[in-house]
Design a protein around this ligand. Structure first.
Ligand SMILES: *Cc1c(COP(=O)(O)O)cnc(C)c1O
Length: 416
């Protein structure tokens, strides 16, 4: 075995991974048509409506409402279920902050369930322990593109009469038991930001089969105007999360590419797993039975003792071989962010965490979800792309083999 690049040996991969432009002629044509309409307002134009009806059809859902972001999508879903002050929402501590922004803007309280160590999904037993008489909803995060076990979650939600919102921002077209994520809970929320499977720069969508939720979501993105009835006096507060025809045009073109993008990402991620899963100390992500992972990124964990190296050293060694691996995902669990530990969602008040009026006083601190903390302490993240070639996958796997084998034979001094 050749010397590790980390210690001055030759790199497995010397060429950078190629960058590709995923926007092209198709997007340009839709944009031209949007501009030729003479309006960029969704209610007057055709592009946003077309995107909504095509995504609804693809997912087999009755309603789809376009939004301005994934954060807006989740907020819209929470608005549609009429989440209010002092309500509790159970969610994942390892996610994008956008998952909890809407909860806090509704002055509700996020409660964090612990994660499974191998799927990074919320553990159903932990969800059950988080339920109180204030719980109104569960926001499920299909982290990294790996579908959560929705059967178990829907069973719990059904018993406790809770809404389930699926955060599918990283999981476009992921499947659990042959069903798309976003179609198993009450509402599915999607992101179209620059880094997601398909993109409009920024944007999003919510889908549902429920008539009341569908109608309320549509109003919520539009200041709670009812454009069909023409009412201008909203029943309650709602933001403006309207998608413009410019995003709608790009969304229509991007949506046509979605199936191919996701199919290829599943192939790439599964191929990486097949090559590295037997290496000592390597713990690839586990997928639920009959599940389909769409690999927004490729997040694995390492067992430092079996590996003979620390997680950070391992990631640095991969990087030195020319593989863009990073140690860790978000810096800490969401509940360790000062917004939570110092109760400063709002600049001048500890509301809604601490409120005599609503009888709330919640504390967030390290140790709340030990397995989620363990996931973050032991994970390594690789980018995944639909543009990866067989050679790219081979280089990634070869670097893993080289680094893992070398550390098994020559453990880091601290671990020998
Ligand atoms: C990206 C993301 C969001 C937020 O989406 P934006 O479009 O960036 O607002 C929410 N949840 C998860 C899991 C995400 O990855």
């Amino acid at each position: 075995m050749e010397k590790l690049a980390l210690f001055g040996g030759p790199k497995v991969r010397t060429r950078p991974f190629e960058k590709h432009n995923r926007y092209g002629e198709a997007e340009l044509k839709e944009l031209e048509e949007a501009l030729e309409q003479g309006t960029l307002f969704y209610w007057q134009g055709t592009k946003v409506k077309r995107f909504q009806s095509e995504l609804a059809a693809l997912l087999g859902q009755k309603y789809c409402t376009a939004t301005t972001s994934g954060t807006a999508s989740i907020h819209t879903a929470l608005g549609a279920i009429e989440l209010g002050i002092g309500d509790e929402v159970i969610t994942s501590p390892v996610t994008d902050i956008g998952t909890v922004v809407g909860i806090l803007y509704q002055n509700a309280i996020p409660v964090f369930a612990d994660l499974d160590l191998r799927t990074y999904a919320m553990d159903p037993a932990s969800i059950e322990r988080c339920i109180s008489e204030r719980t109104k909803a569960i926001v499920v995060v299909h982290l990294g593109g790996n579908p959560a076990d929705m059967d178990a979650i829907m069973e719990i939600a059904g018993r406790h009469n809770l809404y389930v919102i699926e955060d599918c921002a990283q999981a476009w077209l992921a499947q659990h038991q042959g069903r798309y994520v976003g179609t198993m809970g009450h509402i599915g929320a999607f992101s179209l930001n620059e880094f997601k499977h398909i993109s409009t720069g920024d944007g999003g969508a919510v889908v549902t089969n429920d008539d009341d939720l569908g109608v309320r979501a549509r109003a919520f993105v539009d200041k709670n105007y009812d454009r069909i009835a023409g009412t201008r006096e909203p029943a309650s507060l709602a933001p403006n999360y309207r998608m413009t025809e410019l995003q709608g045009a790009v969304a229509v073109a991007q949506l046509r590419k979605l199936k191919d993008v996701c199919r290829r990402r599943t192939e790439v991620g599964d191929a990486i797993t097949a090559r590295i899963e037997t290496l000592p100390g390597i713990l690839p992500p586990k997928v639920t039975p009959a599940g389909r992972h769409v690999y927004w990124h490729y997040m694995l964990r390492v067992d430092e003792a079996a590996l003979g190296a620390g997680r950070d050293t391992f990631a640095k060694a991969l990087e030195a071989e020319g593989i863009p691996a990073t140690a860790g995902y978000i810096p800490t669990c969401i509940y360790e962010y000062p917004i939570f530990t110092e109760k400063r969602a709002y600049p001048n008040s500890p509301f809604p965490f601490d409120s005599a009026e609503f009888g709330c006083n919640v504390e967030y601190h390290r140790g709340l979800c030990p397995q989620a903390e363990e996931v973050l302490a032991s994970c390594v993240v690789l980018p995944c792309s639909e543009f990866f070639t067989a050679e790219d996958i081979d280089d990634i796997a070869t670097a893993f083999e080289k680094v893992a084998t070398t550390f098994r034979e020559h453990p880091e001094p601290a671990r020998a």
